[in-house]
Design a protein around this ligand. Structure first.
Ligand SMILES: [Zn+2]
Length: 407
């Protein structure tokens, strides 16, 4: 059978510029297999490595506790690349990437290297983002070139309907922190802050007051009064360190501030762009330059805030979890959040799981989706609220129950 060029691979690269700590990326395993058979590279290239044999890239192929001690190139980009002696034909690729807790990537991109008519070409085939302050652990499959995120614990067997775990703990008092005896007040030695009708916006003191004002304006314009007030009485699940209320924490990317630095935590929690009950963490850059100097201002904060609001709503409305889950399952079945290009079929980040579905559709509905041609919103024709309304009116209906969608 003749193999098409799109199913040949000369090199495989994972790359990131988003790490929990800027200077290092630790990868303990990178395995690529075709139909279950591991593909053994002839060499490995990297952006840089810590200068010690125990931290060389070969460790990602070895079954031992050692790891690649990755270092960035001069542009701040990390990459780890498997090179093959000759083109590898594939039909079902699986990638396993394991990172270490200390230095992990929160977002990665995957690229296929190919020789097309004698010219070396890199194709970006996917972007992945972790949904919380935890290392991103990937298990991806590439059937042909179409790409989907496999979540081993959650994905049911084929032909069975998708099942979504119940979310009853948000309204089971015994599973929640008791109410604070005294109302929460931000620590003024670390934060400048403002309370927006019940939702605290707290920013590290190195951040300009104007950034807090911009975040306040975003919150006031998008979140209705009743929900802001509900944030004030939100109580965290018992497993969370802090009892609540829900609050936005803006950290300063210029100084690589990390979640664990805040006075409520004082631990080694890494990350800045994530939601970790009851904190919605975001970065100064989201209100100044836009993430990657490209995203619309406030897009990151809005995405993370929707994760936070989702918890608040589930606490007051036991049915909300399942309503979103139902729409997510429907969207997966009808393939609304897929798009095709010359390389095949791709799923948008919204198709990852119920929670990302809610956050990503909210970004589109709020008019904060990045319309750049290289982003998936553009490629799928889903970067305007009107487009979302046309393709998935039910989700816009649901979003309008808890967000102000007028732009
Ligand atoms: Zn998310």
């Amino acid at each position: 059978m003749q193999q098409t060029n799109s199913n040949l691979l000369w090199a495989f690269r994972v790359t990131t510029s988003h790490t929990s700590q800027g200077s290092a990326w630790d990868v303990s395993q990178l395995e690529l297999s075709n139909n279950g058979t591991p593909l053994i590279p002839s060499s490995i290239s990297t952006s840089g490595s810590y200068a010690h044999p125990d931290y060389e890239p070969i460790q990602v192929l070895e079954n031992n506790p050692k790891f690649w001690g990755g270092r960035p190139d001069e542009h701040g980009q990390f990459y780890l690349q498997l090179n093959f002696q000759k083109a590898v034909a594939f039909d079902s690729l699986t990638l396993t990437l394991k990172q270490r807790q200390e230095h992990f990537a929160t977002k990665i991109s995957i690229l296929f290297g190919r020789s097309i008519d004698g010219t070396w070409v890199w194709n970006q085939v996917g972007n992945y983002e972790s949904s919380g302050c935890v290392p991103l652990s990937l298990n991806l499959s590439f059937p042909g070139l179409s790409l989907s995120l496999i979540e081993p614990k959650r994905e049911p067997k084929r032909e069975e309907p998708l099942r979504v775990p119940p979310a009853d703990f948000w309204h089971s008092p015994e599973k929640l922190h008791p109410a604070r005896p005294m109302e929460f007040v931000p620590d003024s030695s670390f934060y400048n802050s403002v309370n927006v009708n019940g939702l605290w916006v707290c920013a590290s003191k190195t951040i300009e007051l104007e950034v807090i004002s911009k975040c306040e304006a975003l919150v006031r314009s998008k979140v209705p009064l009743w929900l802001l007030q509900a944030c004030r009485s939100f109580r965290s699940a018992r497993w969370a360190i802090d009892p609540g209320p829900l609050r936005i924490i803006i950290l300063d990317n210029r100084f690589n501030e990390q979640a664990g630095m805040i006075p409520e935590l004082e631990n080694d929690t890494k990350g800045r762009n994530c939601t970790s009950c009851p904190f919605v963490f975001t970065s100064r850059e989201d209100f100044v330059d836009g993430v990657n100097f490209q995203w619309p201002l406030g897009a990151l904060t809005a995405h993370e805030l929707v994760h936070g609001l989702d918890m608040v709503i589930r606490q007051v409305d036991p049915d909300f979890h399942n309503r979103v889950a139902g729409l997510f399952i429907q969207a997966k079945k009808s393939q609304i959040y897929q798009y095709k290009d010359v390389r095949g079929t791709h799923e948008m980040y919204a198709a990852t799981n119920r929670d990302e579905f809610l956050a990503e559709t909210a970004i589109i509905a709020m008019g904060l989706a990045d319309p750049s041609p290289n982003r998936e919103y553009f490629k799928s024709g889903l970067y305007l609220r009107s487009q979302l309304e046309e393709k998935d009116p039910e989700v816009v209906d649901l979003l309008s129950t808890f967000l102000n969608l007028e732009i």
